[in-house]
Design a protein around this ligand. Structure first.
Ligand SMILES: Cc1cc2nc3c(=O)[nH]c(=O)nc-3n(C[C@H](O)[C@H](O)[C@H](O)COP(=O)(O)OP(=O)(O)OC[C@H]3O[C@@H](n4cnc5c(N)ncnc54)[C@H](O)[C@@H]3O)c2cc1C
Ligand code: FES
Length: 510
């Protein structure tokens, strides 16, 4: 990066305009800042060269209209204002002033952050918004409400110990010991007070009273609302196994859970991970990076086959085996003892740390008890409003009508939860905006990222492009000839294009 920085053109001194064709982009620098130039028609935009989420290189991303999409986790930024239009990025990109003179492009001073357009307060504007949940969807909603200039009260109730955290990192770099503490909170602790968001931690909502428009708290007290967002997420499914209530048996959802595993891993040498789920396998990889002996026990024949197909399943298995993980597939645990796990086939595995990752269950009890429509999730309409007007739901609990598959779907993806939180926020203010985003998730195993766009629960064909075993591939999951989802490794631009195609804006891509 340092070398690249020195050799990239100094945009303040001017670059030949011919170097930047229509729709093209060019990396350069202005002083110490790395800057991306993008041409759209007669206009040229200059924005920060790296994504504000995890620093993805935007030059490798996709320009769509007046936006640029990040190659790593598909955040989307407005090129004119820098605004992060789509999560997972929340903070805007810096923008610079651009001039064209004598066939050259000159980039000068950084622009002040674009003044957000004030929004006329309508008579229907709610005075009090309550958000139940301090995770991805709840946080993104609160942030979007303030970003949208909402002036009323926001109360965010969370039964977690910590303010909203970067949950995906808890099974990845943070668990592996490679991410500093400051990466984990989604924003600084002062963000909430500075933005008038009344974040109440360790506060569990016991019930919703839709008639009185208030929620009751465990331990007493009520909080009134005009609009309510339910963003209660999911909780790990507990294994009803003998011995599973011991202190060395862990589940992973919260920062507290993660710290308990890290603490256990400081003295433990041998770990058994129950289930070859995304979280289970990411945990296995992180514990291997900590030098632990790791065994994975799972009932299926191939890890992740149900979601990613046999080719990717074989690759994931090979990848983990190359890193020293031992699989016990088509097998299950019968009993957990203090220092070993007994399997159904009679094998006994030494284990002083056990992590269970057998899946999650949406936390729908509040919604169910309040009489909201439930279908293995909280049923919402295209605007993310539940069957009770004024109550919205987003994230892992929400089952929404997905226009791409024509089915009502519920997914457990970070980016979807955040984007639903953002849409729900605007709709609580009366925007009437449909949630039409194509689902996206990523997973990371060692240095191999897997990106997935779309949603395919069943398919009749997997079209493979590239070489799966060489970790350079794109798999199209098709039903009746139509691509429902695309999984890829190191094919970021194709993944972004597939997403844009699914959104039906392929024509906009040069
Ligand atoms: C370790 C880990 C790694 C992951 N990695 C990825 C990944 O790489 N990519 C990906 O796409 N997805 C990943 N996910 C999934 C992703 O984190 C979830 O889809 C996302 O967090 C869902 O957001 P949410 O807001 O619906 O729920 P959550 O983020 O779980 O937030 C729910 C919130 O509601 C609170 N709550 C629940 N009930 C109550 C109540 N009654 N009263 C008060 N508060 C309540 C909880 O305390 C919590 O604050 C991962 C998940 C985990 C656990
Ligand atoms: S680094 Fe850009 S979206 Fe994550």
């Amino acid at each position: 990066m340092a070398e690249e920085h020195k050799t990239s053109p100094d945009l303040s001194a001017g670059v030949d305009a011919a170097l930047l064709p229509e729709g093209g982009s060019l990396n350069g620098r202005v002083g110490e800042d790395e800057v991306l130039l993008v041409r759209r028609g007669a206009e040229i935009f200059a924005v920060a060269a790296h994504c504000t989420h995890y620093h993805g290189p935007l030059a490798d991303g996709l320009v769509v209209g007046e936006t640029v999409r990040c190659p790593w986790h598909h955040a989307c930024f407005n090129l004119r204002t820098g605004e992060a239009l789509r999560a997972p990025a929340i903070a805007p990109l810096a923008c610079w002033k651009v001039e064209q003179r004598g066939g050259k492009i000159f980039v000068s001073e950084k622009q002040p952050a674009a003044a957000r357009q004030s929004r006329p307060v309508t008579a229907a504007e709610p005075g009090k918004i309550v958000i139940v949940g301090g995770g991805a969807a709840g946080f993104a909603a609160a942030e979007m409400l303030r970003r949208s200039k909402y002036q009323g009260s926001i109360v965010m109730l969370s039964d977690d110990d910590a303010p909203p955290v970067d949950r995906p990192n808890l099974s990845k770099d943070y668990l592996a010991g490679k991410a500093p503490e400051e990466w984990i909170p989604l924003v600084s602790d002062s963000f909430y007070a500075e933005n008038g968001i009344d974040l109440r931690l360790r506060t569990k909502v016991a019930a919703i009273d839709p008639q009185a428009r208030q929620v009751a708290l465990v331990g007493g007290g009520t909080v009134a609302y005009d609009r309510l967002l339910l963003a209660t997420g999911a909780e790990p499914i507990r294994l009803p196994l003998p011995g599973s209530d011991q202190a060395h048996v862990h589940y992973l959802r919260t920062l507290t859970d993660c710290r308990a595993i890290i603490s256990g891993a400081t003295t433990a040498r041998r770990a058994v991970v129950l289930a070859a789920s995304f979280i289970g396998l990411e945990v296995a990889a992180s514990l291997r990076e900590r030098g632990m002996d790791v065994h994975v026990v799972a009932p299926e024949k191939r890890p992740m086959e149900r979601i990613l197909g046999p080719q990717m399943g074989d690759l994931i298995r090979k990848l983990h085996e190359e890193h020293g993980v031992t699989f016990h597939l088509e097998n299950t645990a019968n009993e957990i003892e203090r220092s070993r796990v007994k399997l159904a086939d009679g094998t006994s595995l030494d284990a002083d740390l056990v992590v269970v990752g057998v899946g999650v269950r949406p936390r729908i009890q509040l919604a169910e008890a309040a009489g909201l429509k439930i279908d293995k999730g909280v049923v919402v309409d295209a605007y993310l409003e539940t069957s009770t007007p004024g109550i919205f739901a987003a994230g892992d609990i929400a089952r929404w009508p997905d226009i791409h598959t024509g089915e009502a779907i519920r997914v457990e993806h970070w980016v979807v939860a955040e984007r639903q939180g953002q849409t729900a926020a605007r709709n609580m203010l009366g925007a009437r905006e449909k949630f039409t985003t194509v689902p996206f998730f990523w997973s990371q195993h060692y240095d191999v990222p897997i990106n997935y766009v779309g949603h395919a629960e069943h398919w009749d064909e997997i079209a493979v492009e590239g070489d799966v075993q060489a970790k350079d591939c794109l798999l199209r999951f098709k039903r009746g000839g139509r691509t429902l989802a695309v999984a890829s490794i190191y094919r970021d631009i194709e993944s972004l294009k597939a997403e844009a195609e699914m959104e039906g804006i392929a024509a906009a891509i040069p």
